[in-house]
Design a protein around this ligand. Sequence first.
Ligand code: SAM
Length: 313
Amino acid sequence: MSAAPAHEPVMLRQAIEGLAVRPGGRYVDATIGAGGHARAILEASGPGGRLLGIDADPQALTAAAERLRDFGDAVVLAHGNIEALCEERRFLPVDGVLFDLGVSSLQLDTPGRGFSFQRDEPLDMRMDPAGELSAAEIVNGYAEPELAKLIWEYGEERRSRAIARAVMARRPILTTGDLVSAIEQVVGRGRRRQIHPATLTFQALRIAVNQEIESLVVALPAARDLLDGAGSRLVVIAFHSLEDRAVKQYFRREASDCICPPRTPLCTCGHSATVRLVTRRVRRPSAAEVERNPRARSARMRVAESIVEREAA
Ligand SMILES: C[S@@+](CC[C@H](N)C(=O)[O-])C[C@H]1O[C@@H](n2cnc3c(N)ncnc32)[C@H](O)[C@@H]1O
């Protein structure tokens, strides 16, 4: 049997530093994938470190279990959406939570998942195979304006309207190959486009299928609630501007003593800061990392640290 395709963890050193991993600490990897970051966290938190790994994708959990086998019961794996963090009370409290968002190389490179435009296969893209909606259902079921909006918002694809029109004309679209040919009718491989014509449309569909932005917005406060008081850390690596904006807005709000609308004469919100920003500006991967691993090119990392002492249970 061939080995599972490797996923190279992005911004690995910065993630471990961002979490301020310490021996004996407890951590949550909310998007464990193939377990690359998780392995480094467990190594840095030994002896005595523990890790809860969550993923929507059962294949990712199998790969992570294999990669982390030698850590025995220091690792707990849970299948579910990152929103399930809210339910992980039994692992409370933790010294750090990591989110490494988006898709893994394992998902892109494993045939049959429908994430990649490099092979012709059923147009699926669900991280959780039990998820409600596949990419084929969106592509064949949405009205043209809805489809164009989705491709524009989640793909930032400037030819979104033309692509939606081409998709409508070609329905039913059952495979990744059908979708690629519809896109290639209207998007060429011109000099100004350095990526494959289907890259942004595939990204948009994947984000919609897996409700990635909505999940993140719910998961961030849930993750903050898991933190073990002052000094514990939240690290998020985002790959899309909408994800990064959600993280930035949430961190800014939580780092602020007042969240009243601008120009309110007297503060009435009663909010007090719960975190301090460790990264005032977003961190990016080094040029050397992007050269070695082009999938790191759009990574943006933000780190926040809890400033709230945890109340005794
Ligand atoms: C970039 S990969 C993580 C790779 C991992 N850090 C490593 O080093 O191997 C992202 C993982 O997060 C999972 N994921 C993405 N969105 C999710 C969500 N909303 N809930 C749960 N898992 C999610 C994906 O299934 C994927 O396995």
